[in-house]
Unconditional design. Structure first.
Lengths: 329, 293
């Protein structure tokens, strides 16, 4: 600890050897050690809070975990009255909406990032990026509001024409009521696109000019340069941004709750109403009567926590290896 | 590795097909940008348009009116949100600041790694899970929802961003400034408080403002901590209404007057957030100008 206090980036290394080493008490009197300990306490309180969070999720889901085991995740009966809790409809809804959102958001977000990084003049690019980043700050409940009153009417109007062409596919069959997996996925896609755009643009801009010039010198077109030399160079960062977007989509609560319909069923059709893990927690948590019900909902929270943690860790790992790559290469 | 792969397969000088692909793909990226920007602008304009039309003075001064009665407002939700944010800041900002100073000025080795890693972990926790955590931590022992619980939930959510932005801005302070302070005989803590922090203060304030703006719109953690309230909430131990929760409850209700209120609340919340974001950026820009000129 004493060493850590001395070895700041600001202190030249040799000054330590030259002067007489201060004792812990001397440093305490001068205030350095006090400041160190106070800031240390602040920093460690974060570890305590996070530890408490994990412990509480674990302890308060104990009854549900012991009653159902792994069956909890893979059975489809959600019947609070009879004390039967199977979370598959929510797990399924969460996976379907998040994947579909990414399927919509990745090509559009990546295309936008390429345009902003490679084609647009720097000033236009900066202005548009500012706008996109501002929209990343819009609260999810407001996306939900716009989803209910703008997106759903638009989708309801457009859907008959769409179904005339694609209705024979099982995933687009059935009646469309407005609230559905599809509506939720569209809202999620709109919400995660800013993440993909702003991070991918940064990563693309960081690709060395030499990389582009080398490809260009071989007679490649602008698109070839971008797609074969620039994007592959930046692919780890882009993957990182996608994983961050996925983590965000999985945990997203309000906007999804407002447009997915909140029906605990598993449907092949994307146009059917459904439910997600976060939505069922938001809807039923305050109404949960009885310990088993409450613990089942908290177990869903635990599942959500574990999954987003793993995906965030993957995203960070990708970003880290990219940084290492930049430094060494 | 990547370089060798792309250069091992050099495209010959562009024939027509490549040129067509070039133009098609480049226009597609332009279209993507157009789509993204227009969707985002539509959302913004639609919200502002509806919000302005639903807004009136009663909205700010009156309590919610029963269904069917016009002229109600959400004064309690506005006060509730301000109270929640004040409480959240008083929890999140000190811990974030201290942690940031620690990571930038003192930390080394495993302790720094653990703190940094845990902060990232905490930052990634879905907001609804944070609601569950504070419910079990505060609401269950107290047996009722409260402003206190809501403020704690938002406060914990503020910590990671406050910490990381403080750390980043402190790290950006040039090493020569620290060396100058130490060379004058100042102790390490004196250097930190009289030289390093003042040099980074604009950035730190900006980071905290953006952090407050971020949690101001959080709804999910408030649903089972601060809950909601049709009336004014006095003190800190009663449930309180807040703008995000009002937007949610009114938006999913079947009543037209409530939808109007939801738009107005959305407008007030969003314009507040945008103003704070823009002011924060202006402060940062001015701070940069001051420290460079």
């Amino acid at each position: 600890m004493a060493n850590a206090a001395l070895s700041t980036p600001g202190v030249p290394m040799q000054s330590r050897g030259l002067e007489k080493k201060q004792t812990w008490l001397e440093r305490l009197r001068k205030g350095d050690e006090v400041v160190h300990l106070i800031t240390l306490a602040g920093a460690w309180s974060i570890i305590v809070i996070t530890g408490l969070l994990v412990q509480h999720l674990w302890v308060y889901s104990a009854i549900a975990r012991h009653t159902f085991g792994w069956r909890f995740l893979f059975t489809s009966t959600w019947d609070p009255v009879n004390g039967l809790f199977g979370a598959w409809p929510f797990v399924y809804g969460t996976i379907v909406t998040s994947i579909l959102a990414l399927v919509i958001a990745i090509p559009i977000g990546l295309g936008t990032a390429i345009f902003l990084a490679e084609l647009a003049p720097r000033k236009v690019s900066d202005a548009l990026t500012f706008l996109v980043e501002l929209l990343a700050a819009v609260p999810s409940v407001i996306y939900g509001l716009v989803g209910i009153f703008l997106l759903i009417p638009i989708l309801t109007t457009a859907m008959p024409y769409f179904q005339k062409v694609f209705g024979w596919l099982p995933i687009f069959s059935g009646t469309f009521y407005g609230v559905s997996y599809f509506s939720a996925a569209v809202i999620l896609a709109i919400m995660v696109v800013p993440f993909i755009v702003s991070i991918s643009r940064e990563v693309l801009l960081a690709v060395p000019v030499s990389q582009r010039e080398a490809m260009m010198a071989l007679g490649a077109t602008k698109w070839d340069v971008t797609w074969r030399a620039v994007v592959p160079y930046a692919r780890q960062g882009i993957m990182g941004s996608i994983f961050l977007a996925l983590a965000r989509a999985l945990g997203e609560t309000m906007a999804v709750t407002m447009v997915i319909g909140n029906v605990a069923q598993v449907s092949t059709s994307l146009l059917a109403p459904g439910y997600t893990i976060a939505a069922v927690i938001a809807n039923e948590f305050t109404e949960a009567t009885g310990d088993l019900y409450l613990h089942a909902l908290i177990e869903l929270g635990l599942v959500l926590f574990a999954v987003t943690m793993i995906i965030n860790a993957l995203a960070r790992l990708l970003m880290l290896t990219m940084k290492g790559h930049e430094v060494t290469g | 590795m990547i370089v060798s792969r792309s250069s091992s397969n050099p495209p010959s000088y562009p024939p027509l097909s490549r040129k067509i692909v070039n133009y098609v793909m480049l226009s597609l990226t332009g279209l993507c940008t157009l789509l993204v920007v227009s969707v985002l602008l539509t959302i913004l304009v639609y919200l502002l348009w509806n919000g302005v039309h639903a807004l009136n003075l009663n909205f700010f001064t009156k309590l919610p009116a029963p269904v069917g009665q016009s002229g109600g407002g959400v004064s309690n939700a506005i006060i509730g949100t301000l109270k929640l944010l004040a409480l959240a800041s008083s929890i999140g900002v000190p811990i974030g600041l201290l942690g940031g100073i620690y990571l930038s000025e003192f930390a080394g080795g495993w302790s720094a790694f653990t703190v940094r890693y845990t902060t990232d972990l905490l930052n990634g926790v879905p907001s609804v899970v944070m609601g569950i955590f504070v419910y079990t931590l505060v609401v269950l022992p107290m047996h009722h929802f409260s402003t206190l619980a809501g403020g704690i939930a938002l406060g914990i959510m503020m910590i990671p961003i406050a910490l990381r932005s403080t750390e980043d801005f402190l790290r950006a302070v040039p090493r020569s400034l620290r060396e100058g302070g130490l060379a004058l005989g100042a102790s390490k803590s004196e250097t930190i408080f009289t030289i390093v922090i003042p040099a980074a203060i604009y950035g730190i304030i900006t980071g905290i403002m953006l952090d407050v703006a971020r949690v101001a719109g959080e709804t999910a953690p408030l649903l089972f901590t601060a809950f909601g309230n049709q009336f004014d909430s006095s003190g800190w131990l009663q449930p309180t209404s807040s703008l995000p929760v009002v937007i949610y409850n009114y938006a999913i209700s079947p009543y037209d007057e409530w939808h109007q209120q939801a738009w107005a609340a959305g407008f007030v919340l969003l314009s507040g957030l945008l103003v704070v974001s823009i002011v924060a950026r202006v402060i940062l820009a001015r701070g940069k100008k001051l420290s460079h000129g």
